[in-house]
Design a protein around this ligand. Sequence first.
Ligand code: GTP
Ligand code: SPV
Ligand code: MN
Length: 592
Amino acid sequence: MTNNKYVLDWIDEMAKMTNPDKIVWIDGSKEQTEALRAEAVATGELFKLNEEKLPNCYLHRTAVNDVARVEDRTFICTPTKEEAGPLNNWMEPSECYEKLSKIYKGSMKGRTMYVIPYSMSIVGSPFAKIGIELTDSIYVVLNMLIMTRAGKTVIDALAPDDNTFIKGLHSKADLDETKRYICHFPQDNTIWSVNSGYGGNVLLGKKCFALRIASYLGRKEGWMAEHMLILGVEYPNGEIKYLTAAFPSACGKTNLAMLIPPQIYREKGYKVWCVGDDIAWLRVGKDGRLWAVNPENGFFGVAPGTNEKSNPNALATTRQDTIFTNVVHNLDDNTVWWEGLNNDPPKNAVDWKGNKWDYRKYDKKDKSTCGAHPNSRFTSMAINCPCVSPKFNDPEGVPISAIVFGGRRAKTAPLVYQSRNWDNGVFVGSIMASETTAAAAGAVGVVRRDPMAMLPFAGYNMGDYFKHWIDMGKKIAKKPLIFNVNWFRTDDEGNFIWPGFGDNLRVLLWILARTEGKVDAVETPIGFVPRPSDINIEGLDITEDTVKELLTVDKAVWREEVPGIRAFYDKIGDTVPEELRDELALLESKLK
Ligand code: GTP
Ligand code: SPV
Ligand code: MN
């Protein structure tokens, strides 16, 4: 496939270590993909689903101990510990290579090593970067063929003397969780992942490359890799404004990116276009604006909760050409189901663990009774999404008017607020906190700081990452405005107050109106909030008083936040930029 000596030597070296029976290049052809699907079905790695109801769809179950990202086994192996920073796990690179080499030794014996050349962002785009993933998993190959642009066109685009491609090695090995490692060597453009078969740990183009390695490269090269959705809001006059939003894992990016406007807006001609649902690469354009592309080619979305009401676009996207992972298998009609799809759980079904599942034992409050794993996912093609943006494949990307941060906060954060300026906006992103979700192994519902939704994904020291944000602000002549949203405020019974989902457009419209200076705001100690009457509640069953409540900034509650923020900054240490320390002092004084 190539005469690039760096590629060939590296594959040789990795094959010597892992010892596969054969090596197969992935060319992206229909024939090869079809043959791999057939093989995976024959071995039981995939189930072929009902061709009439779910054409070209498959079901996969991971090992029971392997259902989410493993943050405590994820390492940034920079030459010094300081480069990785105190929030990342760090291992000395040579020590890590040596340790993992032992685990990889012979791990592909009796298996095939697949070579997947792939591009993050469309080949030919100024944003595009090439990676090669070596893997012993057909599931990984088939997912990568959806999530990235992969195959012969990509390897053809790699010059014979180009050694800048990202070298990814993945082996399922024996899925031993005590020997599971997800390791990054940014200085070597290298990723080593072993003993897992779960998405975020093994689809190396995604979190490992497009966030961890890319954030490191972005800092070096003057651009940004962020855990952000990208969407366009089309106005009745046809004008489209774009924004990005960073929410932590399983906090609503996919849902927001594909939202369907409430009826009163649809009637007027408003539309929302999805450019991306998880990752954005951002660059300063010649025009001084910030431009974004989605480096991915598909969606690896959370299944539970996806339904005809919450996210019809995602649901429609999954109705063909999709790989479902860890959902319920409906044996009656060979389709799939998950909690929150509808109120009609299948009677004759197998759960995500592969056991017979009795829907009558399902108890909403007890996750262990779920048929689908809470982090079960669908892998679908972006071009199958009914609201995919016409700019999805535009190599230049889209110009960004606003950056939105957000998370799950039951009390503290108001529905929306605007930062005072770029540095204050960076501060707002840096103090983000959110309740943990099932997207990563560990406790769920615990509030933790997750700056810019990048805590698990920054490929270097968080303080330096903050500094990079501050520095980028100096390079962007026409800066996007920075906001924070919270769809997750709850009442005393724990119910969400804000209706969320499609109705989030009402908040986005205020945000975009602010970027054009078309609407006023009220100043609070944390920034600007809307006048309650400026959030349109027509057609909702909440009152302006509820909006008022959602927009309140409780000084006492915020005063209690300050020591937590300071402790977080202290944990990061000296690398926290002066600008952010000043912002914290300013906040404290405004709260007095
Ligand atoms: P990753 O793919 O893990 O990065 O997650 P994501 O940010 O794309 O999350 P996603 O959109 O899949 O949402 C995850 C969960 O949040 C689902 O269970 C949704 O039902 C829920 N959710 C999304 N938007 C809203 C909202 O506006 N309000 C409420 N209450 N829940 C929401
Ligand atoms: C996330 O956890 O933020 C995801 C899913 O988007 S994974 O690809 O597994 O990281
Ligand atoms: Mn994500």
